[in-house]
Design a protein around this ligand. Structure first.
Ligand SMILES: [Zn+2]
Length: 393
């Protein structure tokens, strides 16, 4: 009783069978090494566990350009952001025409995977920046990361020996195969996924629960790969989610597991990419709020919702659920949004991000209509420990 088929039909698992691992490990020792770090290491993990199905490795040039130009793979399947492995000119030279290379997380580390090279191609940086981020402005964190990445991309099939090591959230690191199994165990036929890189305030809780009213289950799926320095650290966020789940979420209808991706801050394109990944985790529905995966004012408030219209109905295979910003209204006596509340601003509890940060920093809880006290206390505590660089609520 599966919820939904993976993107492209089959869930990838690039981890090598135990019986073949020793031989592959031995082979990897003698191959040229390439250190994979940051965002690309997160991508390696996503590829390995099938979160980026149907991809079986880092993408080649035909797919790279097809994705940038058409938001589809070369074979026509929807895909929003290229998944590439960078190498600079020197690095490409050092690989010296090797057919296979070993990937490591750091210099001198044991190999994590072997990449069977199909091609090495030149990245079109301006084209990639404009297509993915809609800007070439170096102030944009995604454009900045792209600028720092190597000029060339090494493409090919991956054979993975082990996932990048982690020491956190070990109980909450379900792979797509595992979330699917868990959904089935719980008897969920329909599941809504919620992407987040922030603590969950009342507004997000309300949106999640509105969505949960029409499906069987909710997967809160916080992103725990690299984010901007001023985003709230993942361990603090996880404590907030646990407090919320403990006090306010039905345990048989909601679960939390982490999404090991790094943020790209690509707004609309990342909303599509996030939705496709969650489909692979078994979600049938995906929440898209205002300014999903946005940063600064590079994207319009509703761009990440409107971009879904560029696909034929059913083409993505996951249903986006679009939400407005929501708030507590004292006249409605409940959470509401501009879609459901006719009252004026004065009747609504709304606080700017800056105001909330000020309050938390001063050790003051925001109104309970804005933030659950349990969540506020965790954030206040975290800010005390943070010193000069307080996390952003
Ligand atoms: Zn109202």
């Amino acid at each position: 009783m599966a919820t939904t088929p993976p993107h492209g039909g089959a869930l990838r698992n690039l981890l090598t069978e135990a019986t073949e691992a020793d031989a592959l490990r031995e082979e990897a020792r003698h191959l040229p090494k390439l250190v994979v770090s940051g965002r690309e290491l997160s991508d390696l993990e996503l590829l390995a566990v099938g979160a980026l199905s149907p991809l079986s490795g880092f993408q080649g040039e035909a797919d790279y350009h097809a994705v940038l130009e058409t938001m589809h793979l070369d074979d026509g399947l929807p895909w929003a952001i290229p998944v590439t492995l960078s190498v600079d000119e020197d690095g490409a030279h050092r690989l010296g025409g090797a057919e296979s290379i070993a990937l490591t997380a750091a210099e001198g580390d044991e190999p994590l995977a072997v990449l069977r090279i199909s091609e090495i191609f030149k990245r079109d940086r301006p084209k990639e920046a404009r297509s993915v981020f809609q800007t070439e402005d170096l102030e944009h964190p995604g454009v900045q990361a792209l600028h720092e990445a190597g000029d060339r991309c090494v493409a090919g099939r991956l054979e993975v020996l082990s996932l990048p090591p982690h020491d956190d959230f070990l109980q909450n690191r379900l792979t797509p195969a595992e979330t699917r199994e868990e959904f089935e165990r719980r008897g969920w036929r329909t599941v809504v996924g919620f992407q987040t890189r922030n603590p969950i305030h009342r507004a997000h809780e309300y949106i999640q629960k509105c969505a949960l009213e029409i499906v069987d289950g909710l997967l809160v799926h916080p992103l725990v790969g690299a984010t901007k320095a001023d985003d709230v650290p993942p361990d603090v966020r996880m404590r907030c989610y646990e407090a919320l789940f403990e006090g306010y979420y039905p345990k048989d209808r909601a679960m939390v597991s982490v999404f090991p991706a790094a943020m790209r801050y690509a707004g609309p394109k990342e909303a599509i990419w996030h939705a496709i990944c969650r489909k692979n985790y078994g979600c049938t529905h995906f929440i898209v709020g205002r300014d999903h995966a946005g940063v600064g004012d590079y994207y319009g408030t509703y761009d990440a919702q409107k971009i879904f219209e560029r696909f034929e109905p059913g083409e993505l295979g996951i249903t986006p659920l679009m939400f407005e910003h929501s708030f507590w209204c004292s006249r409605c006596e409940g959470m509401a949004s501009p879609k459901t509340c006719p009252h004026s601003e004065e009747e609504r509890v709304s606080l700017s991000g800056t105001k909330v940060r000020e309050m938390l920093r001063a050790g003051e809880r925001p109104p309970q209509e804005f933030s659950r006290p349990e969540v506020a206390d965790i954030l206040i505590d975290a800010m005390r420990g943070e010193g000069t660089n307080p996390p952003r609520p």
